[in-house]
Design a protein around this ligand. Structure first.
Ligand code: PGA
Length: 261
């Protein structure tokens, strides 16, 4: 049985999800694009795919007001593992939920690299997200060096077991496979490479979480754009996309989601 809620995200795991990560981009002006995304998320698209947009935290409240009613979900890009306290500059999952976020990305490679986040920290953030009632989008992915050394599946397996807490369920957890070398570079893995990794992730999830693991969505991320979305999104065990650059413009983001029409 599927768990459902009004934001359209907590549905049966395998309904596709296209999620946008604006990263550190966007002033209030950029919210126009979110308005256009909301308008473009018509009945046809709503029937086919969930949409999630993750603006910077500064825009969260305004974004959730704009998206209200359109069923585009709004999420955050990171959260602190604690609920409150002496953590200058940090934002808790509960605070994000308070502003209208329904999801949060954790463990993005830019946080793992730029803020030295470990699997254990990502796991704690994921648990914090759940406690706040947010869906967690847990990112994993190998570097180019690891791929070249033939270590991809080992790296992915360790990140998956280390970053995803026990108790993960289809309703509250999404996995995003994002090869670090494909992020913002315009390069994408071959179809075979994507299928191999997504298949390995699915197997590991099913082994560990049984039916819940079979229902968890696995997104592909890294240089997804309207021109390659059709091809990537139809691959087996690819249940959607996590989109960076192409999520900043409504026409591109909706163009990617249109692969599910
Ligand atoms: P990109 O970023 O689509 O700009 O490659 C993807 C991501 O970092 O999630």
């Amino acid at each position: 049985m599927s768990a459902t809620s009004t934001n359209g995200l907590r549905t049966n795991g395998l309904r596709p999800l296209v999620a946008g990560n604006w990263k550190m981009n966007g002033s209030r002006r950029a919210l126009r694009e979110l308005g256009m995304m909301s308008e473009g998320y018509d009945a046809g698209l709503r029937a086919a795919v969930d949409l999630l947009v993750c603006p910077p935290a500064t825009l969260m409240q305004a974004a959730s007001v704009i998206a209200l009613g359109s069923r585009v979900a709004v999420g955050a890009q990171d959260c602190h593992a604690e609920e409150a306290g002496a953590f200058t500059g940090d934002i808790s999952a509960a605070m994000l939920a308070d502003l209208g976020a329904t999801a949060v990305i954790v463990g993005h490679s830019e946080r793992r690299a730029g803020h030295r986040e470990t699997n254990a920290q990502v796991r704690a953030k994921c648990e914090a997200a759940w406690r706040a009632g947010l869906m967690a989008v847990v990112c994993i992915g190998e570097t180019e060096r690891e791929r070249d050394a033939g270590k991809t599946l080992g790296v992915i397996g360790r990140q998956l077991s280390g970053s995803v807490p026990d108790g993960a369920g289809a309703a509250n957890t999404v996995i995003a496979y994002e090869p670090v070398w494909a992020i913002g570079t315009g390069r994408t893995p071959s179809n075979e490479q994507i299928v191999e990794v997504h298949g390995a992730i699915r197997k590991a999830l099913a082994r560990r979480f049984k039916a819940e693991g079979r229902g968890m969505r696995i997104l592909y991320g890294g240089s997804v754009k309207p021109s390659n979305a059709d091809e990537i999104l139809k691959l087996p065990e690819v249940n959607g996309a996590l989109v960076g650059g192409a999520s900043l413009k409504a026409v591109d983001f909706l163009g990617i989601a249109a692969a599910y029409r």
